[in-house]
Design a protein around this ligand. Structure first.
Ligand SMILES: C[S@@+](CC[C@H](N)C(=O)[O-])C[C@H]1O[C@@H](n2cnc3c(N)ncnc32)[C@H](O)[C@@H]1O
Length: 319
């Protein structure tokens, strides 16, 4: 446990009993020279002045030490940094009066919000703590999480495709025929440092991909039609072909740009694109799979299985 004790400009005289007790039992106290100079002889701990820069020293702070900070250590203070580095369960804060409280006292202002026209159904004395829990799930998103015009790899096939693409941290995906950008977005969310370049020939869909990337806060560079737009793009680690496979020269260009050991996954729903994937599979190997999804839908008073179009998937690693 790291204990952070707040101290004011009036030094030891202004400390609470709890703060004094903490400093009295401390073995080592870290602080700025100005703060350490406020301690009197009742504190026998070793005093360690912060080096400059301070952050590396904070990162390597040993367990069990005390830290001296100005006022309330959690108001723009070192307390917040230590909680971020070590977690709330490993940092205890003994606050002193904050600079905001002192300023309000000087001005005669009340500290709370809602000082002017408080809502009628809230007690005058109240504290609202908002604990924001970001949604860090990386499980496959539902189709309606994306802005799309119907040209989207549907949820089940998208999950299978992402499993085959199997992102590793820092890898760059080329998502060719990106449609809504759902594959590029999910790829970029799936491991740290992953990014994608989306190739899409339709201008309205390119705008949509940009909006979806912004909505999920991921890095997706958006380019025009493949293979022309390959020119000048950063080399991929992995390529996904979700559209345009029958475009003359597209698969050859993909294979040319793929580095040795790079992975390529292509999905086909038409007989023509499937025929092409089978040809490539026969000449360079890899794995060929076919998926068919059914969803239960109302059939009169009963439920029937409605099939989605079968998807043929070819996955290969370049030797
Ligand atoms: C089935 S959609 C892809 C869906 C996409 N994977 C998603 O989840 O949103 C196929 C897309 O490929 C695009 N496309 C077809 N040929 C292309 C080409 N040569 N270059 C870029 N995009 C192309 C089409 O405009 C269409 O948006």
């Amino acid at each position: 446990m790291i204990v952070v004790v707040g101290i004011g400009a009036d030094g030891m005289a202004g400390l609470s009993g709890e703060a004094r007790a903490e400093l009295a039992r401390a073995g080592t106290i870290y602080g700025s020279r100005r703060q350490l100079d406020l301690l009197d002889e009742s504190v026998s701990a070793q005093r360690r002045e912060w080096p400059s820069p301070m952050l590396p020293a904070l990162r390597s702070l040993p367990d069990g030490v005390h830290v001296l900070a100005s006022g309330d250590p959690l108001l723009y203070g070192v307390g917040g940094t230590l909680v971020r580095l070590f977690g709330t369960q490993n940092v205890r804060v003994v606050p002193h009066v904050s600079s905001v409280a002192l300023a309000c006292a000087r001005m005669g202002w009340t500290v709370q919000e809602w000082a002017v026209s408080p809502p009628g159904d809230v007690d005058d004395l109240n504290v609202v703590a908002v604990h924001y829990l970001p949604d860090e799930r990386v499980a496959s998103l539902p189709d309606d999480a994306f802005d799309h015009d119907g040209q989207i790899t549907k949820h089940g096939v998208r999950a299978l495709t992402l499993a085959t693409l199997s992102a590793r941290p820092g890898e760059l995906l080329w998502d060719i025929g990106a449609g809504s950008g759902s594959i590029a977005v999910e790829w970029a969310r799936s491991a740290s440092g992953c990014a994608a370049i989306a190739f899409e020939r339709d201008a309205a869909r390119r705008d949509r991909i940009r909006r979806n990337a912004v909505a999920f806060g991921v890095t997706v560079e958006v380019r025009g039609a493949a293979p022309d737009a390959f020119e000048g793009a950063a080399d991929p680690s992995v390529i996904f072909v979700g559209g345009g496979a029958t475009q003359p020269g597209l698969l050859d260009a993909c294979f040319d740009r793929l580095p040795g050991n790079g992975r390529l996954v292509a999905n086909a729903v038409t007989a023509e694109s499937e025929a092409l994937l089978v040809q490539w599979y026969s000449s360079v190997g890899g794995e060929l799979r076919r998926y068919q999804h059914y969803s239960g839908e109302p059939l009169g008073k009963f439920t029937g299985w409605r099939p989605a179009m079968p998807v043929t998937q070819w996955a290969v690693r370049k030797r």
